[in-house]
Design a protein around this ligand. Structure first.
Ligand SMILES: [Zn+2]
Ligand SMILES: [Zn+2]
Length: 153
């Protein structure tokens, strides 16, 4: 908890109990959460907290560079505690966002087609490895069930 307080002190953010709890959520989950995801967890500890409080805290964190807003899904904002430039993978099945660490040669150079780069946002969409695993287990069990259900001669 002390480390979290230091993070807020460094950025001149008043360390209220709510803000500390939200940062703790980020430290415990590397999951690029939505406001709702944070709310569901934090409300267990602070039953009086509102989504607006979380929204305001996140806005402040974004302004201070503590978290990055990600608009990958197109329908919701996800928040990232990892503010170093990195790519993402969005699973279209489970909506999980994974960090992808690949080096972008243009970002390293700092320029692309003569334009100066300040930020990098790259992402892939598809089916994540966890969902692929589930899918192959599913097809396997369907195949097995079929075999069991086959008429015996
Ligand atoms: Zn998935
Ligand atoms: Zn990320």
């Amino acid at each position: 908890m002390k480390k979290i307080k230091e993070i807020l002190d460094q950025t001149n953010i008043k360390p209220t109990y709510e803000r500390l709890r939200i940062i703790k959520y980020f430290e415990e989950n590397n999951n690029h959460p939505t406001i709702n995801m944070i709310y569901k967890e934090v409300v267990k500890d602070i039953p009086t907290i509102s989504k607006t409080t979380i929204y305001n805290a996140l806005n402040l964190f974004v302004q201070k560079g503590l978290v990055l807003p990600l608009v990958i899904t197109g329908t919701e904002v996800r928040y990232d505690r990892n503010t170093k430039p990195h790519h993402h993978f969005l699973c279209e099945k489970c909506r999980k966002i994974y960090d992808i660490n690949i080096e972008c040669p243009y970002f390293k150079k700092g320029y692309v087609d003569g334009h100066k780069i300040t930020e990098l946002h790259g992402y892939f969409k598809g089916t994540c490895k966890e969902c692929l695993k589930k899918e192959s287990n599913f097809t396997l069990s369907v195949r097995l069930q079929k075999r069991v259900g086959e008429p015996t001669r």
